[in-house]
Design a protein around this ligand. Sequence first.
Ligand code: SAM
Length: 301
Amino acid sequence: MIIRGQHGIRSYPLINLAGAKTGDPRPTSMNPSTDTAIKYAELRKDQLDVCWQWLSSGLDWGPDDVVLDIGCGTGAYSKLLLDRGHIKSITGYDKSKEFIDVARQVNFEEGKTIYEVADATDAATLKPEWKSAFTKAMSIAMFQFIDDKKAFFKNACWCLKPGGYFLMNFHHGNVMGTLETMRQYMSDHPKWKPLTKDYTYDVYAACLFRGTREQLEQLAIECGFSEAHIEERFCYYYGNCSEDDFKSFIDIQFEQIQHIPADRKKEFIDDAYQKLVEINERDEQDRLCIKCPTWILTAKK
Ligand SMILES: C[S@@+](CC[C@H](N)C(=O)[O-])C[C@H]1O[C@@H](n2cnc3c(N)ncnc32)[C@H](O)[C@@H]1O
């Protein structure tokens, strides 16, 4: 039995980042430029060990595995799985072309990695050759940005071979996490509220899943999986991150920032960072620990 109910490890790194959907009329959490994508790839590299603890405790990986990474971002964790999971190959896709361009440059291995632009909620963007092609699929910190969760599950299942496994982690919306608290705080902030009044649609808040674990397990089964199990964990992002790194994340992740005049962005980011420090704790090594309400889903086709 590969699906595991209990895990010994309780702390994982998680950072959210949404990409832009080309042609999508709604505002998006970010539209990464090549520069922010490169910065994101660098920051992700700081978390490989902790991510590997999570991945290796979720499923068994081996040389027969042909794996799909859904919402792979800049491919840091696709490459991690290739290197440490000793899998046969990994195909990563993401809807952000900028991320995929960076993935192809910095997390490439000849004959073993493929990175493509595709939308996890739009079956028409998936490659025909992905149908029932993968022994396993994973998706890291991405489901919280998905509006059409049914389409997402159906498409994830479609890519798996019969008997294949799917592993994903994501933030749910039943408890206020750091990002939600900060977004709310900055939206209500008397200094910034007048400048961000045109900011009306928060992709992150709108897409967070707010039902029960059983409801989501049931949805995965309705979409084609034969079994699904969700485990709740509180995850912490322990940076090797400096203050500047955290500020880069704020710059990348806050939708409101699009409405802030360029000459006041630094001030906005400083205020957001102060809130981040205020609502999170430091560990014994004085590192900021960012608390995220997280569910881990393991499903079998
Ligand atoms: C927090 S990032 C995680 C990236 C990567 N999994 C990692 O952990 O480094 C979320 C990713 O989901 C991607 N994304 C969001 N919605 C998507 C969709 N509908 N289809 C494909 N990718 C999507 C974003 O572009 C972004 O790269």
